[in-house]
Design a protein around this ligand. Structure first.
Ligand SMILES: [Zn+2]
Ligand SMILES: [Zn+2]
Length: 231
């Protein structure tokens, strides 16, 4: 049984028919996460430790920089920069030993590689998205009206189709998973086929023999729609 608080925004997102419903939820979640990171969350010592340890990916750091609260970002960065500087140890020394490993105690090459990939916001968002998927699967299993809403969606983007099916595979009984699988992959197949036709309409418009033929709106927007569907 999922937390009720999550089924309400899911139902609201699935009431709208415009692209991927889980992308709409993610956009809101991303905004809330970044707002909170620069507000209440940065005052919580435990969360601050997490921010210092995880850091922020480039798109999220840029998004935070575009927001108003520069003092909060400055304070977050101060302790994050200290944390990073503290990770820089001695380089790995010596020849490869018996087990083919250098003595890399203190060497930061691997740590920095992990640090360059980690992000406090991405991690939080992903954890909540997985819960959204879990509750979407639960609603599919238990609420007939919701099944209708999901079936009417134009498609799930690649990331959310994958996430939803993976979670549902773990959590639903075989029959319920099979019906959700058919719905999601059916929508995606139809959406990819339509998109393929529109992209082709767009590319052939560059042929001089089609110079007089105007593009349809669907063809004109096809590349942009692809960036949303294939995210
Ligand atoms: Zn999506
Ligand atoms: Zn991020």
């Amino acid at each position: 049984m999922p937390e009720k608080i999550f089924t309400i925004p899911i139902n609201e997102a699935f009431d709208v028919l415009d692209g991927c419903p889980l992308c709409r939820m993610r956009e809101k979640l991303e905004e809330q996460t970044l707002e909170s990171a620069l507000g209440a969350a940065m005052m919580e010592p435990a969360i601050r430790i997490e921010m210092n340890r995880e850091g922020f990916c480039s798109p999220h750091l840029l998004a935070m920089h575009r927001k108003k609260n520069k003092l909060a970002l400055g304070l977050i960065l101060e302790s994050r920069l200290d944390e990073l500087a503290g990770l820089l140890g001695e380089p790995a020394r010596g020849k490869k030993g018996l087990f083919g490993k250098k003595d890399d105690k203190g060497d930061a090459a691997e740590t920095l590689t992990a640090q360059a990939k980690s992000c406090y916001a991405c991690k939080r968002i992903r954890n909540t998205e997985v819960r959204y998927c879990s509750n979407t699967a639960w609603l599919w299993d238990s609420d007939e009206a919701f099944r209708g809403k999901l079936t009417r969606q134009p498609y799930f983007c690649l990331t959310h189709a994958a996430m939803l099916l993976r979670v549902a595979k773990e959590e639903l009984k075989e029959k319920s998973y099979a019906s959700l699988y058919a719905a999601v992959t059916g929508q995606l197949r139809d959406a990819l086929t339509r998109l393929r036709q529109d992209v082709t309409g767009f590319t052939v418009s560059f042929d001089h023999r089609n110079a007089d033929k105007p593009l349809t709106e669907a063809e004109r927007s096809s590349l942009e729609r692809a960036t949303k569907m294939l995210r």
